[in-house]
Design a protein around this ligand. Structure first.
Ligand code: GLC
Length: 596
């Protein structure tokens, strides 16, 4: 076998690309596990996960070795967007349990030493929220309408939407009141107003110029802080403020990836006015996202959190580019962390990964914030499948049976390598439920079962996100693989998952579950989350870094065809796959330490 020459040990120092951020706070180095409540564990047997089902299974997370749990929304909601359409921010949806169940979950997590972060959805409410019901009923120019983005239409009789904005989920971002199915007749027929919804028509955008909206959300923060939560993941954090005058814009913003101006997106014949001199066009920014005004809101919220004891945190979900603009959300008087989607969407390419890692540290270190790392969540194709596609990167919005299928073996191999690279990097890392089992995306889900609004709103052009939201498997020999006591599951689990349940993987040397546990244990023991990072000189297809924490750990991620020999004087302490003749093979990451 041909191997590249052994780099001399002397070369195992490199350019420092990150110095530890100041402060001992837990969130600077935390590994945070995302629970998607409807698919984690079902205690009452209705086939939909619930809070008691989470509480029962928190031991799994404590054993895994994570520091905190982030729960996707469990609030009262008609579930048009799986709970990201909130009808009451201060109550638990009966589907998931009760407020007492939330209290029990928080208390159990605390016993196990796990912190709890909840989701906050401030860009929009559900159309079933009391405020929106009132806004519809009270009519144009009412105080109730001023909490949302109601506008008159364009065109001679207001029959066209106020502007040309597209919803992230496809289709126009405006709905006319009189066109709603629940429009009750004559009063509403005369009501020609439209309302803005950057997502589904059931998710009206709030008006953040209203002081009442500000007050309400400060109060919601306090409601959950008083119940003992450690922080909030802020949904669509870059969306709350829109550009003055809501100017036309013909681009399309894509979930996670962010702004993308697509030539020809507007239908032929559409009379789309594209402003040519505004700042947004100059910067490539859309008028609906990442407006400077959002930062005032986070300063206001930071002040609320700072009134509380302990380190309570705000985490931004913001699809913002470049990394320098994202870093503005984590300046010292704003949020604590922001998801690093730049890393998530990076192609499986060593040079691209090196750039993303270096750029992420440069941007975050400049504002003294920890860099975060994430590979999967409830909005993207799971990384065990994404990395097995011909084209890596963000991947499609869902995969269906007739689409090109990922190479499962290749995907898992790369996913494990990507994970070990991620978990060795200083900062904070996010793990999405099931990735510790190496779960693939469900890529052959029957179309009749799809529930994601993106599937409907794109006229089925996008499969949507259901494939990464399938209920977790827990036991190989139980109905619904132990997800629910009755064997019901709101989406079917692939048969192949019988091999992936924790009870099976516990017994298997080298299983993905055991790899995650070992990595998290070493990360904690060696303090990798708080280390300094050097980029080491290495072959073009190798990401080589040295984390100076502990006894200094060298990480080699080999994306090339040739095996990379373990440098002299070093031993392997963990690897994402077996080594071949003392070398790190293709699509494998190894953690190395100098011989003691
Ligand atoms: C966020 C959520 C996503 C949801 C959207 C609208 O991006 O992660 O699941 O559909 O916001 O609330």
């Amino acid at each position: 076998m041909s191997t590249t020459p052994r780099p001399p040990v002397a070369e195992l120092t490199g350019e420092v690309i990150h110095r530890p951020t100041t402060g001992p706070e837990w969130w600077r180095t935390a590994v945070i596990y995302q629970v998607y409540p409807r698919s984690f564990g079902d205690a009452d047997g209705d086939g939909i996960g619930d809070l008691p089902g989470v509480t029962e299974r928190l031991d799994h997370l404590a054993r895994l070795g994570v520091d905190a749990v982030w729960l996707s929304p469990f609030y009262r909601s008609p579930q048009k967007d799986a709970g990201y359409d909130v009808a009451d921010y201060r109550d638990v949806d009966p589907l998931f349990g009760t407020l007492e169940d939330a209290d029990r979950l928080i208390a159990r997590a605390r016993e196990l030493g796990l912190r709890v972060i909840v989701d906050l959805v401030p860009n929009h409410t559900s159309d079933q929220h009391a405020w929106f019901r009132q806004a519809l009923a009270d009519g144009p120019n009412s105080a109730a309408r001023s909490r949302y983005m109601f506008r008159e239409g364009s065109g001679e009789r207001g029959e066209e939407p106020p502007n040309n904005w597209q919803s992230v989920f496809g289709g126009p971002a405006w709905t006319r009141v009189s066109e709603r199915e629940d429009a009750p007749g004559s009063a509403w027929e005369r009501d020609g107003q439209w309302y803005l919804h950057l997502f589904d028509a059931s998710q009206p955008d709030l008006n953040w110029e209203s002081e009442e909206v500000h007050e309400e959300f400060r109060d919601v923060l306090r409601f959950w802080l008083d119940r003992g939560v450690d922080g909030f993941r802020v949904d669509v954090a870059h969306g709350l403020v829109k550009a003055p005058g809501l100017p036309d814009w013909s681009g399309h913003v894509r979930m996670v990836e962010g702004t993308e101006v697509e030539e020809g997106l507007a239908e032929a014949g559409d009379d789309v006015a594209v402003p040519d001199a505004s700042d947004d066009v100059a910067t490539g920014r859309s008028p609906m996202f990442d407006q400077d005004g959002v930062h005032e809101i986070y300063r206001e919220w930071r002040a609320v959190l700072d009134e509380y004891d302990g380190d309570r945190i705000l985490v931004a979900e913001a699809w913002v580019e470049p990394l320098e603009r994202l870093a503005k959300y984590v300046r010292s008087d704003e949020m604590h962390q922001a998801f690093n989607f730049d890393f998530l969407v990076t192609r499986w390419d060593a040079a691209a990964l090196r750039d993303s890692i270096t750029g992420s540290y440069a941007a975050n270190d400049a504002v003294g914030a920890p860099t975060t790392w994430v590979l999967s969540n409830h909005d993207v194709v799971r990384h065990a499948s994404r990395l097995g596609l011909d084209e890596t990167g963000k991947g499609p919005n869902g995969i269906g049976a007739e689409d090109p299928q990922p190479d499962a073996e290749l995907g898992l191999r790369r996913a494990r390598a990507a994970t070990l690279l991620m978990l060795a990097l200083p900062g904070s890392a996010y793990v999405y439920q099931g990735e510790e089992l190496g779960l693939p995306e469900h890529t052959t889900l029957d179309d009749s079962l799809r529930q994601d609004p993106a599937w409907w709103r794109t006229g089925h052009a996008e499969k949507g996100r259901d494939g990464c939201r399938v209920p977790l498997p827990w036991r190989s020999d139980a109905p619904a693989f132990g997800f629910s006591p009755t064997g019901r599951a709101w989406l079917p689990q692939p048969d192949s998952w019988a091999e992936l349940t924790p009870d099976v993987q516990e017994q298997q040397e080298g299983s993905t579950l055991r790899m995650y546990r070992a990595a998290l244990e070493l990360r904690r023991e060696l303090g990798l989350g708080g280390g300094q990072l050097e980029l080491l000189p290495a072959g073009e297809d190798v990401v080589a870094v040295r984390n100076t924490a502990g006894a200094a750990v060298v990480v080699l991620a080999n994306l090339g065809a040739e095996p990379v020999p373990v440098p002299e004087g070093h031993e392997v302490i963990l690897s994402s796959g077996p080594l071949t003749d003392g070398a790190v093979p293709t699509d494998t990451t190894a953690w190395l330490r100098p011989h003691s």
